[in-house]
Ligand binder design. Structure first.
Ligand SMILES: Cc1ncc(COP(=O)(O)O)c(C=O)c1O
Length: 401
């Protein structure tokens, strides 16, 4: 049966990780991975997560199955965090038009969204930005949907190619889905401004194109509430919307696989039908979700003291990322780099598009043992005061020619 099976193409990110491990250079720097690192280069468990787990050890009474859509307390906690804007999203909640289900991370939410769209015939094509998170196309294709792309990045300036993006979105057929990153676009770090979000929202709303917001980095851009502004703006013009949020990054719960899928519908009766279809898809996928991570999130968000400490921890991650961006730009300027690198401080979140091409990214690895993706994406959270000089020296040398 399996003799004719061809191996899958190697994963470019994991392959680089292997190359990094094998590199004998003691001062090597790994900026390829997609996890937060603190000033010591570690990916720590948040203090509030440890405290919530200690509390759960005392209070959780059973490991019996959770409901298919997850615990109702988790659904409410997610909606309070992600959908409570005091505006169109809050109205959708109050009117029973918002459905939320527990998913295995952000990836699980995207896949279940894809399965919902395909199995109900609601949509056949998802439009994703070029570039985008490398897994988006695979997830939607695996769900049986078509995938098309719209332009996003002006590679010369390192900024949003808004004109081109808008022109492409104007041509998306009604009834298709457009995936947008709610904040901290991966891999570019480039987000639309609030004014641009308004233009995008009005365009999609007027064309009956449904936004699917991938919201994997809430709190790591401008702030927990500020990062959700894009969702509220979209909901102001689009009566239907899909949101996939993840707690991998902002709670550091990467291996607990905790996220959620929310669908905003035009009517309560539609939301009830969507809810039943979501449960049917989940039942056939993982039957019912793992809940330890969801319990941690519910515990933290539901306890005023833990919640405020979580906000502090998210703020400190955000501040560290920002200060590393600033220090990198200063270090590059000190080294006489003449190209405009201010885009590095304008970008949001963990990732920066360095502006390096494939050849330059390879030189960075081969000559300086500094590892970034071939696309030029680097994880800013991987920069520390220890490795900053090595990175700045490498970038300055490669850009000098
Ligand atoms: C844009 C984007 N969406 C979704 C995900 C998936 O998140 P999770 O690990 O929660 O599945 C990631 C993770 O890197 C991401 O960057």
């Amino acid at each position: 049966m399996f003799e004719k099976v061809e191996p899958a193409p190697p994963d470019p990110i994991l392959g680089l990780g292997e190359e990094f491990k094998a590199d004998p250079e003691p001062a090597k720097v790994n900026l390829t991975v997609g996890v937060y690192r603190d000033g010591a280069g570690e990916t720590p468990i948040l203090d509030v997560v440890r405290d919530a787990e200690a509390k759960l050890l005392e209070t959780v009474a059973t490991k019996s199955y959770a409901p298919i859509a997850g615990d109702p307390g988790y659904e409410a906690a997610v909606q309070d965090l992600v959908l409570e804007d005091g505006g169109p999203l809050s109205a959708a909640r109050a009117e029973g038009r918002a459905v939320t289900v527990d998913t295995a991370g952000g990836t699980g939410g995207l896949r279940i969204a894809g399965e919902l769209l395909r199995s109900t015939g609601a949509a056949t094509t998802v439009w994703i930005s070029d570039p985008t998170w490398e897994n988006h196309a695979s997830v939607f294709r695996a769900a049986g949907l078509g995938v098309s792309t719209y332009p996003y990045l002006d590679r010369t300036s390192g900024r949003l190619a808004f004109g081109e993006m808008f022109e492409a979105l104007e041509k998306v057929p009604s009834g298709d889905v457009v995936l947008l990153h709610g904040c901290c676009h991966n891999p570019t770090g480039v987000d639309p401004s609030p004014a641009q979000w308004h233009e995008i929202a009005a365009l999609l709303g007027s064309r009956d194109v449904v936004p699917l917001v991938d919201f994997a980095y809430q709190g790591l851009g401008r702030g927990i509430t500020e990062d959700a502004e894009s969702l509220s703006i979209l909901a102001g013009s689009c009566p239907e919307m899909i949101v996939c949020n993840s707690f991998s990054k902002n709670f550091g719960l990467y291996n607990e696989r905790v996220g959620a899928l929310s669908v905003i519908c035009s009517e309560k009766s539609v939301a009830e039908a969507v809810s039943s279809r979501l449960k049917a898809v989940i039942r056939a996928t993982w039957s019912n979700p793992p809940v330890h991570g969801a319990h941690i999130v519910t515990t933290v968000l539901g306890d005023p003291e833990l919640r405020s400490r979580w906000e502090d921890e998210v703020r400190s991650m955000r501040d560290r990322i920002r200060s590393m961006r600033r220090l990198l730009v200063e270090a590059l300027e000190e080294r006489g780099v003449t190209r405009d690198v201010r885009y590095l401080v304008e970008q949001q979140g963990m990732f920066a598009y360095s502006g390096l091409d494939v050849e330059q990214a390879r030189r960075l690895r081969d000559e300086f043992a500094v590892y970034v993706l071939d696309s030029g994406r680097m994880n800013v959270a991987g920069i520390t005061t220890e490795n900053l000089d090595r990175l700045a020296d490498a970038l300055a040398a490669v850009w000098a020619g």
